[in-house]
Design a protein around this ligand. Sequence first.
Ligand SMILES: *Cc1c(COP(=O)(O)O)cnc(C)c1O
Length: 387
Amino acid sequence: MLGKIYLDYAATTPVDPRVLDVMQPYFSASFGNPSSVHRYGQIAEAAVESARETVASVLNCRPDEIVFTSCGSESDNLALRGAALAMREKNGANWIITSRAEHHAVSKTAEHLEKYYDFKVEWLDVDKHGMVTPEMVKKAVCDKTALVSVMYANNEIGTINPIQEIAEICRANGILFHTDAVQAAAYLPVDVNALGVDLMSLGGHKFYGPKGVGALYVRKGTALVPHLTGGAQENGLRAGTQNVPYIVGFAEALRLTHEEREQRAAHVKPLRDRIIGTVLEMIPDSKLTGHLESRLPNHASFVFKDVDGNLLLQLLDAAGFACSSGSACKTGNPEPSEVITSLGFSHDWALGSLRVTLGKDSAPEQVDSFLKVLPSLVDQARKLNQR
Ligand SMILES: *Cc1c(COP(=O)(O)O)cnc(C)c1O
């Protein structure tokens, strides 16, 4: 397609044709409203409930613990805002603990709760690999803590957090634990009981499902205050007629991901390692960002000293390669990303970030041609930077 090579699967993935196939009927022939009593409604409702069962079986939970939402961001919003408000109502707890390396869907929601709802936020520093350790969480929790939110795997730097251990600490202290697994779900197991989480966010388009659909796992007995009020859909936690085709697609994409997880990881991991090895060897003043081992198998990310990351992305795009400098959201401001800054890099390093993420259809030849051009493009970006 366009002679372009896509290396930005952490930003989004294409919809798997097998997923598109199962979605199709629910746009037209089976278009009913799941809340309707008649046969059209029954068919749509059956599709949503069957999707819920599929998701529940992958997550190893009950179907009524799954809330379908419009995206990963909405799931994060519902988890944080919903749990914080409910916990405060229940026992007066008004502290939220989260990390400095979270996705904006979590960090901006925490800021919002602080600004408009009078919550207090404790921001955990991450270690130099962008990891939140169980010790950090242990030190921070107190009897005023309503909720802890720490992401499963980081979208910008690929670091995988020790979610199970963090969940144990929260459980021992009677504190709710939410994890943003939107980026993790494509490659890591999402068994909520093995992980021990109370709330977990997922988003369809990061694992070959459609954009605009997500899910939130809500452990039975966890009180949430809904933020989309209206009808009683989704257990009263998320009003609005369900997006039937997208929910069906979400479930099928998650099912396929679960089924093919090991195979996909085995495909991308050696390619990722080739990228990391070659970049660090061939490009002077380059560093890996994130953890070397506890890292998503499809994820390589770097900083280059004295390089304008956005300029490098433009040079790469002109050469036919689609990469990212961290989060996909382009703001047009030359400030380094908060995640990269949280790792302790100085300004001259932090502005030169590059994220290269692989997918199930990435070919070794694509990686080869990328690695062939990257060193000279970094060099070119450096020279332009000095002017
Ligand atoms: C992509 C992403 C989100 C946002 O998901 P959307 O479905 O795009 O709203 C949240 N958290 C992480 C870690 C992500 O990678």
